[in-house]
Ligand binder design. Structure first.
Ligand SMILES: Cc1cc2nc3c(=O)[nH]c(=O)nc-3n(C[C@H](O)[C@H](O)[C@H](O)COP(=O)(O)OP(=O)(O)OC[C@H]3O[C@@H](n4cnc5c(N)ncnc54)[C@H](O)[C@@H]3O)c2cc1C
Length: 447
C-alpha cells in the first residue's frame, strides 16, 4: 500500500472512458490566434480536452500561466537520482481509472505498486497484534461511515470517528489528512465515500509529470500567459491574458477551484451565484511532499517500503523509503500539518521529515542529508493547494461547477468530476466531457 490511495475501502464505481484518436493536424510550435476553442489551463484536463477536439479536426489553443504544461503533475527527473513527482504520482483503482487511457495513449508502461507498508508509533514498529488491530480499526471506520450515510445525506467524518488512542489516531489520519489532505473535522463523508478503491495502484517509471508532458507535447499551448478575463457577451468568447487577447467560438476553463475562488479571473457575464457558491464549497486540500537524498546508507529497509507513522509529538506522516533503490526518502504530510509547515516556510517541512525518519532509523540520518526539496502547493498561485475537497454537505457541488456558463464557456478540471475528483483520472474524464460539450456549440458544428 502506498500514499494517495484510498486503501481498504469500497468497490470501484468508475467506468472506462474511450481514448480519443490522436491525429494532430496542428503543430505545437505554431499556435493559432483565433482557435475554434480556447482552453484555459494546460494541466491534464486542458490537454485532454485539446487532444479530443484536435482529433475531430477542431483548431484549439491552450492558454497556460506557467512556463510548462502539466499543472499539478510535474516530474523532477534528475536532482534525486529518481523521478521525483512533485504532484500526482499514482494511478489508483487501475482497473477502472480513466487515467489508464493516458498511459496507453502515451505508450508508457505502468507498473503495479507492490510496496509493503510498515507502521510505526513514536519510532517503534507495531507488534503483530497491533497490525491486526490497525486493520480492523480502518475497516470498522469505513463500515461505520457507510452505515450512517444510509440514514443521513452527509456528515462530518470527525464527528463519528473520535480516536481513543494513538493507533486509532493514525488510522483516522490515514483517511483524512494523509489521504484527503484535510482533517477529519472538515471531511465530508459523502465526498470521501464517492471515491473508488485504491487498489490496484500503478505508477510509471519516468514519473507521472514526465509522462503527461510527453503526452501533451503536440498540443498548441501559449505558455506564460495568465488569463485575467473571459468575456462571452459578444458573438465570440474573448479570453484576455497577460500576453494579449484570444477570440474563439467556445472556451473551456480547467482552473483549480482555489484559483477560481480568488476572483482574479473575471467573467462577463458574471458567473451565477450558484456556481460561485459551488466553487467556494470546494476549497483546496493541503498535501505536500519532501524529497530527501542521503550521502550514504542510513535507512535499513527494503527498496520502496511504505513507512507510515505517528511521531513522538503525535504528528502523522506517510513515506516511501529508498525509492527506486536509492539512498533517499519521500515524506508526505497532509491537512493541518501540511498547511502549518508550509506557512512556517524555510526548512520547516524538511526538518519535520528528517526528524520523523530519525525517530525510526536513528539520528545518524540527520547528518547525511545531501539534498532536499519540499513542495509548497498551497503557496503556488496557479494551484493554491493540492486538490479540491467538498465541505461537508456540499459533495454534489462538483456537478454545479461542471455546468456550462452562458452556453459557450465550459468547465473541466478534477474538481468537476462526480466520481474521480481529486485525481488525474477525474481531470482526464472532465476534459473529455467538456470537449464533447464544446463540440455541440452551433458555431463549431458549422465548421
Ligand atoms: C502533492 C500532490 C500529490 C498528488 N497525488 C496524486 C496521485 O498520486 N494520483 C492522482 O491521481 N492525483 C494526484 N494528485 C492530484 C492531481 O495532480 C490533480 O487532480 C490533477 O493533476 C489536476 O489536473 P487539472 O487539469 O484538473 O488541474 P491542473 O493540473 O491544476 O491544471 C490547471 C492549469 O491551469 C493553469 N492556470 C492556473 N491559473 C491560470 C491562469 N490564470 N491562466 C492560465 N492558466 C492558469 C495552471 O498552471 C495549471 O497548469 C496530486 C496532487 C498533488 C498536489
Amino acid at each position: 500500500m502506498t500514499p494517495f490511495g484510498r486503501r481498504l475501502f469500497l468497490s470501484a464505481l468508475g467506468a472506462g472512458v474511450a481514448a480519443p484518436v490522436t491525429t494532430h493536424a496542428q503543430r505545437a510550435a505554431d499556435p493559432p490566434n483565433n482557435p475554434d476553442v480556447a482552453i484555459i489551463g494546460a494541466g491534464v484536463a486542458g490537454v485532454t480536452a485539446a487532444r479530443a477536439l484536435m482529433a475531430t479536426g477542431k483548431c484549439v489553443l491552450v492558454i497556460e500561466a506557467r512556463d510548462r504544461i502539466g499543472g499539478r503533475t510535474f516530474t523532477d527527473p534528475t536532482t534525486f537520482g529518481f523521478a521525483f513527482d512533485h504532484g500526482a504520482q499514482w494511478i489508483e483503482a487501475g482497473k477502472t481509472n480513466p487515467a489508464m487511457a493516458i498511459v496507453r495513449e502515451a505508450a508508457a508502461k505502468a507498473s503495479l505498486d507492490r510496496s509493503e507498508q510498515a507502521i510505526f508509533l513514536a519510532g517503534k514498529e507495531l507488534s503483530k497484534e497491533d497490525y491486526a488491530r490497525f486493520e480492523k480499526i480502518a475497516q470498522n471506520a469505513t463500515r461505520k461511515i457507510e452505515e450512517v450515510l444510509k440514514k443521513l445525506p452527509d456528515f462530518v467524518v470527525g464527528k463519528l470517528l473520535v480516536p481513543q488512542d494513538p493507533l486509532e489516531r493514525l488510522a483516522y489520519a490515514m483517511m483524512g489528512p494523509l489521504e484527503q489532505g484535510v482533517e477529519n473535522g472538515e471531511l465530508s463523508a459523502r465526498d470521501f465515500t464517492r471515491q473508488p478503491e485504491a487498489e490496484p495502484q500503478y505508477s510509471v517509471a519516468e514519473g507521472m509529470g514526465a509522462m503527461i508532458a510527453r503526452w501533451g507535447a503536440k498540443v498548441p499551448v501559449k505558455l506564460g500567459a495568465r488569463v485575467v478575463r473571459v468575456d462571452s457577451t459578444g458573438t465570440q468568447v474573448m479570453v484576455e491574458t497577460t500576453a494579449g487577447q484570444i477570440r474563439a467560438s467556445a472556451a473551456i476553463v480547467t482552473l483549480p477551484t482555489g484559483v477560481l475562488a480568488t476572483g482574479k479571473i473575471g467573467f462577463s457575464p458574471q458567473l451565477s451565484a450558484a456556481k460561485r457558491d459551488a466553487i467556494a464549497q470546494l476549497p483546496m486540500a493541503s498535501f505536500n511532499k519532501v524529497a530527501l537524498l542521503f550521502s550514504r546508507q542510513v535507512i535499513d529497509a527494503p527498496a520502496g517500503r511504505n513507512v507510515t507513522g505517528l511521531t513522538r509529538k503525535d504528528l502523522a506522516f506517510d513515506s516511501i523509503v529508498r525509492p527506486a533503490n536509492r539512498e533517499a526518502a519521500l515524506v508526505f504530510v497532509g491537512g493541518a500539518l501540511a498547511r502549518a509547515l508550509e506557512d512556517e516556510g524555510g526548512r520547516a517541512a524538511v526538518t519535520f521529515a528528517v526528524s520523523a525518519l530519525a525517530e525510526i532509523y536513528g539520528n545518524d540520518l540527520r547528518g547525511a542529508v545531501a539534498k532536499s526539496h519540499a513542495t509548497q502547493w498551497g503557496k503556488d498561485p496557479y494551484a493554491t493547494g493540492s486538490w479540491s475537497v467538498a465541505r461537508p454537505g456540499h459533495a454534489d457541488k462538483r456537478l454545479v461547477v461542471a455546468e456550462p456558463h452562458h452556453d459557450r464557456v465550459f468547465f473541466a478540471g478534477e474538481a468537476t468530476d462526480p466520481v474521480w475528483a481529486t485525481r488525474v483520472g477525474g481531470a482526464y474524464a472532465s476534459g473529455l466531457r467538456a470537449a464533447k460539450e464544446a463540440l455541440a456549440v452551433p458555431a463549431l458544428q458549422r465548421r
